[in-house]
Design a binder for this molecule. Structure first.
Ligand code: UDX
Length: 477
């Protein structure tokens, strides 16, 4: 039976982005790939990207879609992301099982699936895979440091360290091996707080912690040297780990060598964006001083209140630095009138700001004018910033982001963690620190990490070796 992989991403920007890159890397190796996206994600990708024509050059590739149970105009972000989990539980899970068991993707089909690669949070996919006896390898698109806290969650709950209320958030957590000296309550994923382990997200993560070690393997978007601290203990639970990151860098280097080998024209646009990218921000960046601009983005799902929005705005303007601010549609919750906006904010923004709804972030972070990144600490944003040597100011909101921001400030020492605050003075100070005061300290740590990252995707680098091992394993399963 010839190998055929079914890749099934969590319907969010970060996971879709890196799983499409994995799909393309596997296709290049000659293995057949089907990507199963939700209808909503598929339609959105068709609207804003050239994915269809891009993937049409692979005869061994196809897209398939499945419902997420929500109407097309549902926002699927902020607090309402819980509706997405509900919709997936009620609609996607049974339909997926039906598809697999009935033969749409099973061994009864003329094109049977031989390996399933779903997002790490899809516990139901492992139940189905075991039922139809198809091997499954999880792709954990969250950070390894956060995954490690998920895997420790049953022990943390057993030891009474989790859950906890909103007080004493600086107490050090003892039950996450490798992090006993610096991980505080406030650095654990947000759902651990407020004695709230009975919410739907915790339920998903608790299941994830039990299911991931049962899979044939786990793919991580990291490189060995970056996450050694958590990879060593993690291997005691999940021995078969493939570290194939930074996947965006590995992907670029594969495309470059493929182009060189075949003398094809390089693919000019490989965007997987779910929003239309405003590329004019790059011309604006061309006009700014080197390493002077702070890039501001809270990713694809996080939101802020109107009060927080104004604290951000004052902080950025008061820092005196130019800023490129991505204000995703729907990311500010609440309303405000134009007459509430102080005139000097508008005037200063005209002089030094560029505000837009979505940008080509990889290209932005790679631009020489960027000196800092005020981020929600999503894992993709974090690893993209590491590879471009951009120090971060971390304002984490959900799931893995709290853990990521602690690793940025305490383990890798490449930025400042301002979690649980949203104050114009703190933002102003943090911007000045990453752009000027502490720049050389952060830049030196970043230089070392980015160099290790580049080595991992070079010939015989650790991520290339793991990708080849993954492809070999898929071919033999
Ligand atoms: C979600 C979760 O919020 C995050 O915690 C988890 O690690 C992954 O899934 P998301 O909000 O999508 O992440 O953030 P992130 O992981 O940082 O991914 C965002 C992606 O969108 C990045 O690849 C980034 O380059 C891209 N992006 C973001 C753009 O292309 N343009 C933008 O304007 C903003």
């Amino acid at each position: 039976m010839s190998p055929h992989v079914l890749i099934f991403p969590l319907p969010m920007q970060g996971p879709v982005n890196c799983m499409l890159k994995l799909a393309e890397l596997i296709c290049i190796s000659g293995i057949s790939v089907t990507v199963l996206n939700t209808d909503h994600i598929h339609r959105t990708l068709l609207r804003h990207t050239n994915v269809l024509s891009r993937f049409s050059r692979y005869p061994n590739f196809r897209f398939q879609t499945i419902s997420d149970g929500l109407p097309d105009d549902h926002p699927r972000s902020g607090k309402r992301v819980l509706d997405l989990f509900e919709g997936m539980k009620n609609v996607t899970e049974p339909v997926f099982r039906e598809m697999m068991v009935s033969g749409c993707f099973s061994s009864k089909s003329d094109f049977p699936v031989t390996v399933i690669i779903p997002d790490g949070s899809f516990a139901f996919a492992l139940d189905v895979a075991e039922e139809i006896q198809v091997p499954l390898i999880y792709f954990e698109t969250v950070s390894p440091c956060a995954l490690w806290t998920y895997l420790c969650l049953p022990n943390l709950i057993g030891a009474g360290e989790v859950p906890f209320d909103g007080n004493d958030l600086d107490i050090i957590i003892k039950g996450v091996p490798g992090t006993e000296t610096f991980l505080r309550r406030r650095d654990l994923p947000s759902f651990c707080r407020f004695n709230n382990v009975a919410n739907p997200v915790t339920e998903i993560i608790m299941k994830e912690a039990r299911y991931v070690p049962r899979a044939h393997g786990v793919i991580l978007n990291t490189f060995q040297a970056l996450d050694e601290l958590v990879l060593v203990p993690m291997r005691t639970l999940c021995p078969n780990i493939y570290c194939i990151g930074p996947i965006h860098t590995l992907f670029k280097s594969h495309l470059a060598s493929e182009t060189k080998a075949t003398t094809q024209t390089p693919q000019s646009n490989v965007s997987n964006s779910l929003w239309e990218e405003n590329i004019t921000c790059l011309s604006w960046l061309d006009m700014q001083v080197t390493r002077s601009v702070v890039h501001v983005s809270i990713g694809s799902m996080a939101t802020m209140t109107v009060d927080q929005f104004f604290e951000f705005w004052h902080g950025l303007v008061n820092s005196g630095k130019p800023f490129l601010w991505v204000q995703r549609l729907g990311s500010v919750i609440g309303e405000y009138n134009d007459d509430q906006v102080p005139k000097h904010l508008v005037d200063e923004t005209k002089l030094r700001g560029f505000i837009t709804t979505w940008v080509p972030q990889e290209a932005v972070l790679a631009h020489s004018a960027i000196g800092g990144f005020l981020t929600h600490s999503g894992w993709n944003s974090t690893i993209e910033s590491v590879m471009e040597g951009v120090p971060m100011i971390c304002w984490p909101q959900n799931v893995d982001q709290q853990v990521n921001s602690r690793f940025v400030s305490e383990v890798w020492k490449i930025g400042i963690d301002i979690k649980d605050t949203c104050d114009r003075f703190i933002i102003e100070k943090a911007v000045k620190e990453v752009i000027d005061v502490r720049r050389s300290e952060f830049i030196e740590s970043l230089r070392i990490l980015a160099e290790l990252g580049d080595q991992s995707v070079a010939e015989d680098g650790s991520s290339v070796v793991d990708l080849n091992r993954l492809i070999k394993s898929i071919s033999s399963l």
